[in-house]
Design a protein around this ligand. Structure first.
Ligand code: BGC
Length: 734
């Protein structure tokens, strides 16, 4: 079988190796473990985990405790060829284990070390949801490139990224890890991440194999509650949730992680239709599939298997190639093959896929990581920091500005809110390799920029508002900047929220700040869209700054002080109330579109519209759109629009093109993003922006995965966000 990474000769080598392997050794390749923690601290490990997730100890304290943990690395099992992969980040120890695998096991097959390098390693970049707001493929690729270099220097071969779960429900904590709600933007993101992490040649020595996760539709977990059930028409899967995965597979992605959720009644872990039919056959995926952590074991609680033994059999038959931490394959697979319950050919297929990735990474030739590389990034290179700053700036979205921003030279700033001064909170969830000394808080960023700033906490995210602290800094101030939002542990895995308003008493802080009569800027620091209608109504300037990584403070300072003109556009809708969730712009058309009349698709007690639509984001300048035309060339739709910078500073606008298929054999979305273009315009400059769209991109999948191109009328929308657009109707004949 040929594939994107290996030569015929390498494939041949894999076959030779496979023919020498015993059943035990085959099962061994399919077994991934984390080193088990066997002691080294006073409390039971689960209690420690609880303490860190509940915020009773900080992540830094937790990391310190973990440095003293006593681990069991299962050396004997490695020697016996019973382990194929470890989930770890310890370069020296990894080399030691690798030496056992390569020099002391019978066939010398190297281990593959996997780790969650999600949005950076030592250099932490913005959380993916923020980065996706840059709408910048160059950025998506470059941050992955840097993360790969840094992680590979630490003897990590394989990252559990990119996360590609379309996220349309802000209640779901893992929206923070995702590129948002749109399949087109998420597909550009997914391709760029594969190029960035894997580089041109996987075996170049500074690349990581990617793991597309979580396959699939995890973002559609019912009611935004993590790990919850997913029911979905197959056409929706093919048209919306699958495309980012398919695009990344086409780009050469090496591995895929199955999702925790069930899909239409069958957990993804044991879902033969998803793993074998859709991914491996229809999408032509040649790499291997790993389960999510303990997910094979979770199938027992799903009630789809009787016990771990049953789970092992069903997972392997379904096409699950590697077991992450469930000990299912290592416990049962051999005897299941011997008993004729699982065909050995399925194990061969799985092992072939795993060996392929190991071979493609160059691990057979270069299994070890040179020790001098382990400290390569102990001092952060300037270029990495510069990319972190650039990415952070481009990820910021200006949500509101009534002539307050940028701040005027010499203005005295009262900076308030706990998050403004917390450098360890700026990195967001899934930040594993960072050093708190690298982190620039917003307070520090303003000081670095030479701003005249006085800081008081005045209110915590969860601790009460202290009016006197606010008063202590506002007296002499010209303007109040309040940093409000969420802590790291309020988003990410197992961090869904039913109430999306500002936690604690932070709204009180804003109210009191406004009551002083001074102008107020709200800077949001959060891992998901928040419902802030009152803030939108009352506070004259709002900056969505997310969790922007190590350079957050400098980036926010540049935006506040105007040395950078914000250009980010939302990759996810901001609902007005949590009750509107899931809320996303590309919703299927209903028979009674939301309107003023009662018998339309709406709530009695919520506004019709979300607070901020997908694609939304302001600038310090303004843009005017005119004279949209849409015409057809042979295989193309060509849209042209005049865009003018009507304000008084240079700016970069993201011109967005959406399409609506007006009549089709299946209900289609009210609008779908199909193209965008970034243009930089000087004040007064006007440009004709031309966007070309292959006609073939106007089709859609039916429930049998047939791609349909149906003649008829389409609306073409072009504008500054998904709501404010010009529109032209065209008739398309394929
Ligand atoms: C998460 C995955 C992650 C894995 C390994 C799981 O809990 O769902 O996204 O890659 O752990 O850390």
């Amino acid at each position: 079988m040929s594939n994107q990474w290996l030569s015929e000769m390498q494939e041949q080598k894999i076959e030779e190796l496979l023919s020498k392997m015993t059943l035990d050794e085959k099962v061994g390749q399919m077994n991934q473990l984390s080193p088990s923690i066997v002691g080294g601290f006073d409390l039971p490990f689960p209690e420690l985990i609880e303490m860190v997730t509940e915020g009773r100890i900080s992540h830094e304290e937790f990391s310190k405790i973990m440095q003293n943990a006593e681990m069991d690395y299962q050396e004997d099992n490695i020697r016996a060829g019973r382990i194929g992969s470890f989930l770890m980040n310890n370069p020296k120890k990894s080399n030691e284990l690798q030496r056992i695998a390569v020099e002391e096991s019978r066939l010398g097959i190297p281990l593959i070390f996997g780790y969650d390098v999600i949005h950076g390693c030592r250099t932490v970049f913005p959380i993916p949801l923020a980065e996706a707001c840059s709408w910048d493929e160059g950025i998506f690729e470059e941050t992955a490139r840097i993360a790969a270099r840094e992680a590979r220097s630490r003897n990590i071969h394989w990252t559990f990224a990119p996360m590609l779960d379309l996220s349309r429900d802000a209640r779901w904590g893992r929206i923070a890890e995702s590129p948002g709600e749109d399949p087109y933007l998420a597909s550009l993101y997914s391709r760029a991440k594969v190029r960035g992490f894997q580089g041109k040649k996987l075996d170049a020595g500074d690349n990581l194999a990617v793991c597309l996760k979580h396959y699939v539709a995890y973002g559609a977990a019912e009611s935004g509650q993590d790990y919850n059930t997913v029911s979905m028409a197959k056409s929706l899967l093919y048209n919306a949730y699958l495309p980012p995965f398919k695009a990344a597979v086409e780009e050469g992605a090496a591995t895929v992680m199955a999702a925790f959720n069930d899909f239409n009644g069958v957990p993804c872990t044991v879902n033969e239709y998803l793993l074998r039919e859709v991914l491996k056959e229809k999408c032509g995926f040649q790499g291997f599939v790993v389960s999510d952590a303990n997910a094979i074991d979770d199938c027992i609680r799903h009630g789809i298997v009787a016990d771990l033994e049953d789970a092992s059999k069903k997972s392997c038959i379904a096409g699950m190639d590697m077991d992450m931490n469930s000990h299912a394959y290592s416990g049962y697979l051999k005897q299941q093959v011997e008993a004729g319950e699982v065909p050995e050919a399925l194990l061969d297929d799985a092992v072939r896929r795993i060996l392929r990735v190991k071979m493609a990474l160059g691990l057979f030739k270069n299994p070890y990581s040179p020790e001098e590389k382990h400290t390569l990034y102990d001092v952060l290179p300037k270029e990495h920091v510069a990319t972190a700053l650039e990415t952070a700036k481009r990820s910021i979205v200006l949500l509101k500005n009534e002539n307050i921003l940028p701040l005027k030279k010499g203005q005295k700033i009262a900076l308030v809110g706990e998050l403004a001064d917390m450098s360890s909170e700026i990195v967001g969830s899934w930040s594993m390799g960072f050093n708190v000394e690298d982190c620039v808080s917003i307070h520090q960023g303003l000081l670095n920029a030479g701003a005249d700033v006085s800081y008081a906490k005045a209110c915590g995210v969860t601790s009460p508002f202290q009016p006197e602290e606010l008063q202590s800094v506002v007296k002499d101030a010209d303007i109040i900047v309040a940093v409000v939002g969420e802590t790291i542990s309020m988003s990410g895995e197992a961090s869904s929220r039913a109430d999306l308003s500002l936690p604690g008493e932070q709204e009180k802080l804003l109210e009191a700040a406004l009551a002083t009569g001074k102008p107020v800027v709200a800077v949001l620091m959060n891992g998901r869209p928040l419902t802030i209608p009152w803030v939108d109504q009352s506070v004259p300037a709002i900056v969505e700054a997310w969790q922007l990584g190590i350079q957050m403070g400098n980036a926010v300072a540049e935006v506040l002080l105007g040395s950078y003109n914000p250009s980010g556009k939302l990759c996810c809708t901001f609902p007005a109330m949590a009750g509107q969730c899931p809320r996303y712009y590309n919703h299927p058309s209903t028979g009674r579109p939301g309107a003023k009349s009662k018998f339309s698709s709406r709530y009695l007690d919520a506004p019709l519209e979300p607070l901020y639509p997908f694609g939304y984001g302001l600038s310090y300048t303004t843009y005017q759109y005119d004279n949209l035309t849409a015409e057809q060339a042979k295989d193309m739709i060509i849209a042209k629009v005049e865009v003018a910078n009507t304000g008084d500073c240079p700016g970069e606008e993201t011109v967005q093109l959406y399409v609506q298929d007006i009549t089709a054999s299946l209900v289609r979305p009210v609008k779908e993003l199909k193209a965008f273009q970034k243009v930089s315009l000087q004040p007064g400059e006007k440009r004709i922006v031309e966007m070309k769209l292959p006609k073939s991109s106007l089709g859609f999948y039916d429930d049998d995965m047939n791609y349909l191109l149906e003649n008829g009328e389409f609306n073409v929308y072009v504008g500054t966000n998904s709501k404010d657009c010009l529109m032209e109707k065209i008739t398309v004949i394929f």
